[in-house]
Write a protein that binds this ligand. Structure first.
Ligand SMILES: NC(=O)c1ccc[n+]([C@@H]2O[C@H](COP(=O)([O-])OP(=O)(O)OC[C@H]3O[C@@H](n4cnc5c(N)ncnc54)[C@H](O)[C@@H]3O)[C@@H](O)[C@H]2O)c1
Ligand SMILES: [Zn+2]
Ligand SMILES: [Zn+2]
Length: 370
């Protein structure tokens, strides 16, 4: 049976997101229909808008940081039932690609996706779903394995953040580039993702966690989440300052630097602030034309002489079925702070304002409540 609802939709390149009525088909085999309760607004939704859909066909239902209740299950779904609380994962292993076949699902090439079930009510146009999710909507259909069951006591307005910002940031420190206890870490960009990297570095017992941002409020929050030092990149050169703060008689530098801005220059900075043999991890979402310029031969900071490595983080290299319940458990045990990350509760109609706040304001995550 089809379900009617509402969604924040990009209808054409260059236009703001608008609220439209939608019709959502019943879930097909191995799919579930989820009634969304809450969705975080991640910078990637804004990037999809700024990049005119980034290759997706219009109309596009935005949103990929959602939680809700299973409302209908499709044929063959046995592990979920209507009423189950779930967080939606955008990257569940396909079980078929070379990485999955060699037993390395964290590096799966492509995620499982649902059929196209969402239509604009006015004309029946089939909608794309950002990252196979489309959570800026009262209802969405996802692959059944992408709906990860939450413990009953987990509040869904916090759980939604696990879906992207939190699993990406924490996962970067646990899976993409496991942070060794006692090491020094720098985090460039302290939004929802970067603050989650800071929380991850703390959980991994980093000795020094240096937060870099251009917004003093973000730096204050970074301290609350576990940063031991802060650097305002508007006031000082972050590379020099991180090296100064880590001066140990060996030119300083951090073992791990994480970029969480989407700005190519920040990835260059991450590489340059490494200690010998360190690893930089780039997380920010690039435009097709973005490139970085990495010096090889500089004796102090060149990639060759400094033996630097560069990793790329996709969704914290997560295995959602394992990692989402783990992150929920860490929250319930008081070891992961999701409460302080929700700085604004908004309505679906306020999505454009949330984008504006993200670019200009002091916000970690705006969470849409339905
Ligand atoms: N790889 C992935 O799987 C993945 C997952 C989620 C988000 N992302 C991407 O990660 C990036 C961060 O996402 P977010 O939701 O945390 O964004 P956000 O907008 O909440 O945070 C970005 C932060 O970067 C800071 N910043 C801006 N310019 C800076 C500079 N020059 N130096 C230091 N800090 C600077 C901003 O003040 C802000 O605090 C985005 O590009 C997003 O698209 C990637
Ligand atoms: Zn795969
Ligand atoms: Zn995201």
């Amino acid at each position: 049976m089809a379900t009617e609802g509402r969604a924040a939709i990009l209808e054409a390149p260059g236009e703001p997101a608008v609220i439209r009525d939608i019709v959502v088909d019943a879930p097909g085999p191995n799919e579930v229909l989820v009634k969304i309760v809450a969705s975080g607004v991640c910078h990637t939704d804004l990037t999809v808008k700024v990049l005119n859909g980034n290759g997706m066909a219009f109309p596009i239902v935005l949103g990929h940081e959602g939680a809700g209740y299973v409302e209908q299950v499709g044929e063959g779904v046995t592990h979920l039932k209507p009423g189950d609380p779930v967080v939606i994962a955008y990257r569940v292993p396909c079980e078929n690609c070379p990485a999955c076949r060699r037993g390395d699902p964290r590096h799966c090439y492509m995620a499982l996706r649902p059929g196209q079930r969402i239509h604009r009510k006015s004309d029946g146009a089939t909608c794309s779903q950002v990252l196979r999710c489309g959570t800026f909507a009262t209802h969405t259909v996802v692959h059944a394995k992408a709906a990860i069951k939450m413990p009953e006591e987990m509040p869904l307005d916090k759980a939604c953040l696990i879906a992207c910002g939190v699993v990406t940031g924490v996962g970067a420190t646990m899976n993409t580039t496991p942070v060794a206890a006692g090491s020094r870490v720098a985090v460039i960009g302290c939004g929802g993702v970067g603050l989650s990297v800071i929380q991850g570095a703390k959980l991994r017992h980093a000795r020094q966690i240096i937060a870099v941002d251009v917004n003093p409020t973000k730096l204050e929050w970074a301290r609350d989440f576990g940063a031991t030092h802060t650097v305002n990149a508007k006031e000082v050169d972050p590379v020099q300052e991180v090296r100064r703060l880590t001066e140990d008689g060996w030119d300083g530098g951090v073992e791990y630097a994480f970029e969480a801005t989407g700005i190519p220059k920040c990835t260059e900075q991450a590489v340059k602030m490494l200690a010998y043999g360190g690893t930089a991890t780039t997380i920010g979402f690039p435009a097709a034309t973005d490139s970085v310029n990495l010096n090889l031969g500089d004796m102090a900071t060149g990639v060759y002489w400094n033996k630097a490595a560069l990793h790329v983080c996709h969704c914290g290299d997560a295995l959602p079925s394992l990692d989402f319940p783990l992150l929920a458990q860490l929250y319930l045990q008081g070891k992961l702070d999701l409460d302080s990350m929700v700085t604004r509760k908004i309505r679906l109609e306020d999505v454009e304002d949330a984008f504006h706040q993200m670019e200009t304001g002091d916000v970690i995550r705006s969470v849409i409540e339905f």
